[in-house]
Design a protein around this ligand. Sequence first.
Ligand code: GTP
Length: 401
Amino acid sequence: MFSFFKRKKAPEPNKQTPEEVAEVAPAQVEEALAEVPPVEAALAPPSVTPIVESEPKAPVLPEVEPEPVSYEPQQEAAPDLGVQASAEPTPEVQPPAKKASWLSRLTRGLSRTGQSIGGLFVGAKVDDALYEELETALIMADAGMEATEKLLGALRVKVRKEKITDAAQVKTALRDLIAEHLAPLERAFPLDRPAPQVVMIAGVNGAGKTTSIGKLAHAFQANNKKVLLAAGDTFRAAAREQLVIWGERNNVAVIAQDGGDPAAVAFDAVNAGRARGMDIVMVDTAGRLPTQLHLMEELKKIRRVVGKADAQAPHEVLLVVDGNTGQNALAQIRAFDAAINLTGLVVTKLDGTAKGGVLAAVAAGSQGVRPVPVYWIGVGEGMDDLQPFVAKEFAAALVGD
Ligand SMILES: Nc1nc2c(ncn2[C@@H]2O[C@H](COP(=O)(O)OP(=O)(O)OP(=O)(O)O)[C@@H](O)[C@H]2O)c(=O)[nH]1
């Protein structure tokens, strides 16, 4: 459980000199912020504290950072992020052992869902009772009515047409149908946009936003991308500290501010990213419930203000969803999508959940949700525990294969 947080004391962020913070003229920030409606401006307390920045330690004192060796792209095969190929040399494919361990982690992670679905086929007869049990298991796994009916309807047709009588073959047929159903959600993250690519990350409290940003920073770097982080939670020191720690682990700078307007931090980060030749700027935001309307307004404002720093930004607006929240995830996706127009999902904590079926509900557009693509899934707290979403692998794990 995040033992490195306990081991390492978070450092005091270095206050920058006026020259350093002047990279983005305050007037420029004010101009961008001034154009937002007054109701939002009133929500933001005056920004009195200077922007501070946590600079990566390694370039200054490489010898005091014992860990970064594992983040050297030349020494470690680039994590298979499922990203689209860029102009850079194709990252090395993961060695088979690593791939196997990742797959077994997914299967282990989803085993609670997998056992309840896969277990039904053991020694079973292919009859109505099996379909009824499957229906219950899929609904219990939070696949939702639409997906459950669609999948079982298609399964019955396939079983009849192919004259399948063996339960194990029915399981294989269901696995393939689930993979087909989930396939539209599979999308490779595009890495080859003009730099800096701005990725905004939102989600409810504790969904795994900061952790996912840390894992992504690692993976992007291993794909030879220069990364800058922005701490969009300006009010919770612990949240900033956590991001700074992930920044240190990855040897990337973090733009942060004690108090003030998160939109200003995001604006500064985009400009700093451009000035420093960064490839990717990831903007963390404070956790919020969709019912906290003022905070949802704040999120919209961050999105708008980022667009003033770069008309194409944010290039990606990701929602981090805790896979354990099951059907509630649908309400979250709907609300955040309506507010900030999501481009992708990161579904975390799929290690050990019984609700892994929720992605089937997303793919089915249950409860009016837009089937937002799933870029990554989180299957643990470690640096490598974020993996691209691959429909086939996910379907296999879901039925306990
Ligand atoms: N098991 C597991 N734990 C995860 C995963 N992703 C994140 N976590 C844990 O979830 C907890 C919350 O993660 P954070 O990254 O702090 O969540 P957050 O969304 O930034 O939280 P706030 O800052 O409160 O909004 C931490 O204990 C993480 O280690 C995952 O894929 N699997």
